[in-house]
Design a protein around this ligand. Structure first.
Ligand SMILES: [Zn+2]
Length: 185
């Protein structure tokens, strides 16, 4: 049982040991930022934690009824302030973008393109989450912004197809099963 003291000050920057990123506190909340240039295709961080059958605000969906959370997640506390949490589970602080610079591949976060030092790292939550535990309004500002982000199940068929190979396997299977038999994989 880990108690995260509510009085603990929120750290402004927590480095992730041997990774090219840090969790930084911004006026808009925490996010993951590149601390050096990251090349296209490189692994930015590894997503590890405890598997559970239901999503939470911060979990990432890996398969049908398989969601990864931090090892010491307390359902009654959404505290994310601790330095240990930020250095051990930085993936929980990844923000969503409808035009992201990274993507989830299995238990890894990979760079979709070259990322400069100082850039915030993001991925598209609808490429892993069928149903968001907590839908929210996206303010990424991209021309293809979804607005209300509720999960893959709420995207139009065109929006689903657009995500194509970035989709986690459990979502890609849904695409394939709905596609005409002539569709290439
Ligand atoms: Zn957006």
């Amino acid at each position: 049982m880990t108690a995260l003291a509510s009085t603990e000050a929120i750290p402004t920057e927590v480095f992730v040991p041997s990774h090219p990123c840090a969790v930084r506190q911004t006026p808009h909340g925490a996010g993951v930022f590149a601390i050096r240039a990251i090349s296209r295709g490189a692994r930015i961080l590894r997503i590890d934690g405890r598997l559970q059958t239901h999503p939470t605000r911060y979990s990432i969906q890996l398969d049908v009824d398989v969601h990864i959370e931090c090892f010491d997640h307390d359902e009654n506390s959404n505290s994310t302030a601790s330095t240990q949490m930020r250095s051990r589970h930085p993936w929980r602080f990844l923000n969503h973008s409808c035009e992201p610079n990274a993507r989830v591949f299995g238990r890894s976060l990979l760079a979709r393109r070259a990322i400069s030092a100082g850039e915030q790292i993001s991925f598209d939550y609808t490429t892993t989450e069928a149903e968001m535990a907590e839908p929210f309004h996206c303010g990424c500002g991209n021309s293809n912004c979804l607005g209300l982000v509720r999960g893959f199940a709420h995207l139009s068929p065109a929006q689903q197809r657009l995500r194509g190979t970035r989709l986690a396997p459990h979502l890609r299977r849904l695409l394939v099963s709905d596609a005409p038999s002539t569709a290439d994989e």
